[in-house]
Design a binder for this molecule. Structure first.
Ligand code: SF4
Length: 126
């Protein structure tokens, strides 16, 4: 028997799978599909942040456009750690295309707009 915590929704059902593949304790059909996938080819969506060259936006949130094989998550995190984004990007733009041949992209999930700082000391002097 194998045990899983379903990560498809916040309920986090505790699933069990018999040796014959029968799934128990799933609150819905998606949990059954999740457990079956976990037993055969587990996948994950990866969310992280990447460094940039911009002082007003030193990091940008990124995620995979769809799930990638769980076994590739560590390798992707290593890749993300080496990134340094050197141009302003818009939400949804791909940073890396076709990760590991999966057709999933690593995309930016926030606009890298400019941040305008107000110098409060100048205002106090004025
Ligand atoms: S089995 Fe269904 S209800 Fe339970 S955590 Fe998974 S998706 Fe949510």
């Amino acid at each position: 028997m194998k045990e899983f915590v379903c990560i498809v929704c916040p309920n986090g059902c505790h699933l069990t799978a018999d040796d014959d593949g029968t799934i128990h304790n799933a609150g819905c059909r998606r949990g059954v599909e999740f457990a079956r996938e976990e037993m055969t080819a587990p996948k994950r969506t990866v969310c992280s942040t990447a460094a940039t060259v911009f002082a007003d936006c030193p990091v940008v949130p990124v995620r995979t456009s769809k799930e990638i094989p769980k076994e590739k998550v560590g390798e992707l995190m290593q890749m993300i750690r080496t990134l340094c984004v050197d141009r302003r990007m818009k939400r949804g733009e791909p940073l890396i295309r076709n990760l590991f041949g999966t057709e999933a992209d690593l995309i930016v999930t926030s606009d890298m707009g400019y941040t305008y700082f107000v110098d409060t000391e100048d205002q106090a002097d004025g």
